[in-house]
Design a binder for this molecule. Structure first.
Ligand code: FAD
Length: 308
């Protein structure tokens, strides 16, 4: 990147920019090359200025959350990676509707773990299904993250977003379209819309009961998911009426390895980094799994993990 452009970006960014930044530490897989720059953004105004600068200078960019559903290429990303800082991670009680329901505004950078701790502390129920999902709220909305029969679509009331051309837009519940592990309003003006904040609709509940449900879900996760090996959660989406894990296990692929990437021996839908896995290892393993499952069952597994 040219010195002049670097200076311009530095003048717009609130936090120091990390140039030539390794991305593996920003993902739960611990895989991937470097980005030209990484900027921690603190406000909508700052984001707007940066997006305009990217567009004027034809500079590629991507916003990521906690990188828990992400496979970063070995060659990295020739552009700017944005993440949200504390200024875009706040939690505020916006409105109590009187019918036991409340609207909570949450910055997209807030981690689900911190949000659930806040909800429990303030006795708000509805989000317990997300206990143990390790992402940010923004990432959870984009993925329509879910577990135990619940999903983000059940609790999202409206979204504060920014288009790639830096226009702020509010999307009400009647405009929002979610499907299985996907938010369908993200494409905007040929680019991807950014979620800045989400209004969640939650119910007043009993603190001890909310805490008990969260603990129970966490406990069940510990029993079912691999421990100690880096991963990005479920790698494939469940096909209608079946489970990707069951199909992969039925194809005898538990423990199958490609370089440092392995099909978990605990949960077959988790591809794990068993040491020094590269993105290429993961991609090769993904193809082997897809081909074997398609041959054995006729079902083509679609990946859930996003690529960068
Ligand atoms: C151990 C483990 C268990 C998991 N269990 C579950 C589970 O039970 N259920 C489930 O659904 N998922 C699960 N996941 C996957 C993952 O945690 C969720 O999909 C999570 O919601 C992703 O959030 P993130 O912030 O990490 O997003 P990232 O991985 O950083 O990003 C995912 C995508 O969202 C985009 N994005 C992120 N933030 C924004 C934003 N603010 N605006 C616009 N785009 C954005 C990124 O560009 C990317 O395309 C699990 C993952 C792990 C590692």
């Amino acid at each position: 990147m040219k010195k002049q452009l670097k200076e311009r970006l530095s003048s717009l960014a609130v936090n120091p920019i990390q140039w030539d930044c390794p991305l593996a530490p920003y993902t739960s897989f611990g895989i991937g090359g470097r980005a030209s720059a990484l900027i921690t953004v603190e406000s909508a105004a700052e984001l707007g200025q940066l997006l305009k600068c990217f567009s004027q200078n034809n500079l590629d960019w991507r916003l990521i959350g906690r990188g828990t559903n992400l496979l970063v290429a070995d060659k990295g990303f020739a552009g700017v990676i944005l993440i949200f800082g504390k200024g875009l991670s706040e939690i505020t009680l916006k409105e109590e509707t009187g019918s036991g329901q409340s609207i909570i505004r949450v910055g997209a950078g807030c981690s689900l773990t911190r949000l659930l701790a806040w909800c429990t502390e303030h006795s708000f129920s509805g989000l317990e299904f997300a206990s143990g999902i390790p992402g940010s709220l923004g990432g959870a909305v984009v993925m329509n993250a879910g577990a135990w029969g619940g999903e983000m679509a059940d609790v999202v009331h409206s979204l504060h977003t920014m288009t790639p051309s830096a226009d702020e837009e509010f999307l009400g519940c009647e405009e929002l379209e979610f499907s299985y592990r996907s938010w369908n309003n993200q494409e905007s003006n040929g680019g991807k819309r950014v979620v800045l904040a989400t209004d969640l609709i939650l119910q007043k509940g009993i603190k001890e009961e909310i805490a008990a449900r969260c603990r129970d879900y966490l406990q069940q996760r510990k029993q079912k998911q691999p421990k100690g090996l880096k991963n990005a959660g479920s790698f494939f989406k469940n096909p209608p009426g079946d489970s990707a894990g069951r199909l992969i296990e039925a194809s005898g692929l538990k423990g199958k390895k490609c370089g440092g990437a392995m099909v978990s021996t605990v949960h077959a839908n988790f591809l794990v980094n068993s040491g020094q896995a590269t993105a290429e290892d993961v991609l090769q393993l993904m193809e082997i799994v897809q081909q074997k499952v398609a041959k054995d069952s006729g079902i083509i597994l679609e990946r859930e993990v996003h690529f960068l």
